[in-house]
Design a protein around this ligand. Structure first.
Ligand code: FES
Length: 98
């Protein structure tokens, strides 16, 4: 397991960051005071989710419009899902477990 650390001060609300952690490309979102980490690659056709639109608790891929829940990575129903990673916040430190 790899841990990657980001400072809370680097994340404003309704923001996103692209992170490369080892061989993984991660989309990090900060929404309503919570931080979420997902694979950056959309499971539909590989577009970057870190460039997606934040809509409530979801990110909508700009390529074809599919939306994924930031917490679960699921579209809902039997749709596609994107891998999510555990995130913990302690004081000013955000830790992502890969
Ligand atoms: S690549 Fe994301 S919806 Fe098609």
């Amino acid at each position: 397991m790899t841990k990657h650390v980001v400072q809370v001060g680097d994340l404003s609300d309704n923001s996103r960051r692209f992170l490369r952690i080892g061989t993984r490309e991660i989309a990090l979102f900060c929404v309503a005071g919570k931080v979420f980490a997902l694979d950056d690659s959309c499971p539909h056709a590989g577009a970057s989710l870190s460039g997606g639109l934040i809509e409530g608790g979801k990110v909508r891929c700009r390529a074809h419009g599919l939306a994924f829940d930031l917490a679960t990575g699921c579209m809902g129903g039997a749709g596609l899902s994107v891998k999510t990673y555990p995130v913990s916040v302690s004081g000013e430190t955000v830790t992502i477990e890969i």
